[in-house]
Design a protein around this ligand. Structure first.
Ligand SMILES: *[C@@H]1O[C@H](CO)[C@@H](O)[C@H](O)[C@H]1NC(C)=O
Ligand SMILES: *[C@@H]1O[C@H](CO)[C@@H](O)[C@H](O)[C@H]1NC(C)=O
Ligand SMILES: *[C@@H]1O[C@H](CO)[C@@H](O)[C@H](O)[C@H]1NC(C)=O
Ligand SMILES: *[C@@H]1O[C@H](CO)[C@@H](O)[C@H](O)[C@H]1NC(C)=O
Ligand SMILES: *[C@@H]1O[C@H](CO)[C@@H](O)[C@H](O)[C@H]1NC(C)=O
Ligand SMILES: *[C@@H]1O[C@H](CO)[C@@H](O)[C@H](O)[C@H]1NC(C)=O
Ligand SMILES: *[C@@H]1O[C@H](CO)[C@@H](O)[C@H](O)[C@H]1NC(C)=O
Length: 440
């Protein structure tokens, strides 16, 4: 047939299949960990070249261009859908300069976006938004985050796992990964403007995290599962807590990560490294502590992530001792669909800096759980009798802002979306000293 009636397109649109299969979509940025660089990742449904054309804001549009590579990702669902994932790394960017870009190929270009290359100075004070459990069915905080990101309020977004949080019905893989496509399209309005740094959550587990591993481009050689990078005065470590739960994908992954973590923390703690990047911040999906009223790992005294597992051969070490030993300052978690701030805690005991100023020279790591960005299930309920370490709790939808001000001062605040952007909690963590010796 030559003529194309409108009706011919309707079923295509209903199925969510883009009519032009060479058209880039799901554009997102990540920081490869090398100063002056930025990675651009996107998807097409037919094989095309992978190009980014870019230029300084205010300069000649698209005066530079960079090429990258394409990988074919075949979803493991029934339809074996094929997605082409494009990755281009821009290098030699001017620190703190703003660039305009689009991506694609001569068979189709994305919209035009802009981003600011990260300032690589160790005295830079980066601003973050952080959250987990943002789903595509009730992404309550999304609009506010979109606007704030586009206004330039954040240098980086930390997405602490679980892209789609409808616990038992859908995951990133549902409907032959179309839900994953939908989610990635939705976050483009944030992730195409600032580096969007992730860690895997339980919802990404299907088919051995293949959707997660294929769709993101985090630093390191672990398909985005665990990695670390530096910004300002911080060393930031992203881990997979899921290796403690999905043993069917390989117990060796748990040990590999542990070994890597030990080495990474050892390196970050070398006096010459810790002197310039005193803050060590970790992010992982499932918390070691929480006071929610559900059956999750953290509600039990012996959380796997915290204390390890002894039902494996060999027994699997937990992370609390490791993080304590290497003086991790701040641990960011999600998974529980709530916000909870803890007093400095180690071994289930509170170690305040002092009674009046618990976060001034705290004697143990500070934990924040921020998993209430918005999802289908509403937020979780709290246990009415929390332990001593629970300092502040909220079931409002929202997200966390963090500013790493300098070597001694770090600021955190919780934004309630239910209360139209009101800041409902805030703390300053102040540390004159970092590392294991800071605990005494
Ligand atoms: C484009 O992709 C669609 C969907 O995967 C496929 O059916 C079609 O054969 C592809 N066309 C080309 C030219 O590769
Ligand atoms: C990077 O941040 C530092 C510290 O705030 C500042 O002094 C410097 O001017 C910034 N660099 C650029 C290129 O803006
Ligand atoms: C999802 O899980 C909840 C709680 O376990 C259950 O009540 C609900 O029926 C489940 N929904 C579906 C569609 O399986
Ligand atoms: C799951 O994926 C990881 C990372 O690619 C790989 O090392 C592991 O062998 C996979 N496990 C299985 C059971 O395929
Ligand atoms: C093994 O771990 C469980 C809970 O994680 C704990 O109750 C039990 O005491 C441990 N057993 C040994 C022998 O350490
Ligand atoms: C820690 O500090 C907070 C705030 O001052 C206080 O409410 C709490 O009781 C302290 N906990 C301990 C164990 O000292
Ligand atoms: C670090 O930041 C805090 C809070 O803004 C400020 O009071 C302090 O003087 C700063 N320290 C240095 C060394 O600049």
């Amino acid at each position: 047939r030559v003529s194309v009636a409108v009706g011919d397109f309707v079923p295509l649109l209903v199925l969510g299949v883009p009519p032009i299969w060479t058209q880039p979509e799901q554009v997102h940025l990540s920081y490869p960990g090398v100063p002056g660089s930025m990675a651009v990742t996107w998807t097409t449904f037919n094989k095309t070249e992978s190009k980014v054309e870019y230029g300084l804001l205010g300069g000649r549009l698209f005066e530079m261009s960079a090429k990258g590579g394409t990988t074919l990702f075949v979803d493991s669902g029934e339809e074996k859908r094929e997605l082409y994932i494009h990755r281009v790394t821009l290098t030699g960017l001017k620190p703190a300069a703003t660039y305009v870009y689009h991506c694609g190929s001569d068979e189709g270009w994305s919209d035009v976006f802009l981003f600011t290359a990260l300032n690589d100075s160790t005295s830079f004070s980066p601003r973050f938004a952080l959250y987990g459990d943002l789903g595509n069915e009730n992404p309550q905080s999304l609009a506010r985050l979109q606007k704030e990101t586009q206004l330039g309020m954040y240098d980086v977004i930390l997405h602490i796992g679980t892209l789609h949080t409808d616990r038992n019905i859908t995951t990133i893989c549902t409907d032959n990964a179309r839900i994953g496509d939908e989610f990635m399209r939705q976050i483009q309005s944030i992730a195409a403007y600032v580096p969007y740094m992730t860690c895997p959550g339980n919802h990404e587990a299907t088919y051995n995290f293949s959707n997660y591993r294929n769709r993101f481009s985090m630093p390191g050689q672990t398909e985005s599962l665990w990695y670390s990078w530096n910004l300002g005065s911080a060393h930031i470590i992203s881990i997979s807590t899921e290796v403690y739960f999905y043993l069917e994908f390989g117990l060796d992954l748990l040990f590999k990560q542990y070994e890597w973590l030990t080495k990474d923390l050892e390196e970050a703690n070398k006096p010459e490294n810790r002197a310039v990047r005193p803050w060590i911040i970790t992010m992982g999906h499932r918390p070691m502590y929480c006071s929610d009223d559900d059956q999750d790992d953290c509600t039990k005294f012996d959380s796997y992530v915290r204390l390890g597992r002894n039902d494996t051969k060999p027994p699997a070490p937990g992370l609390e001792d490791l993080f304590y030993r290497y003086g991790v300052d701040l641990e960011l978690w999600a998974h529980e669909h709530t916000y909870e701030r803890l007093w400095p805690v180690y071994g289930d005991k509170v170690y305040n800096g002092s009674k009046d100023q618990p976060y001034v020279n705290p004697k143990a790591p500070v934990h924040i759980i921020t998993g209430s960005a918005g999802c289908r299930e509403r937020t979780d309920r709290f246990n009415p009798n929390p332990k001593d370490w629970s300092a502040f709790r909220s079931t409002d939808y929202g997200y966390t802002r963090m500013q790493l001000v300098n070597a001694t001062h770090l600021y955190l605040e919780q934004v309630s979306d239910d209360q139209y952007g009101k800041v409902i909690d805030s703390i300053w963590v102040v540390k004159d000293k970092h590392g294991f010796s800071a605990w005494f």
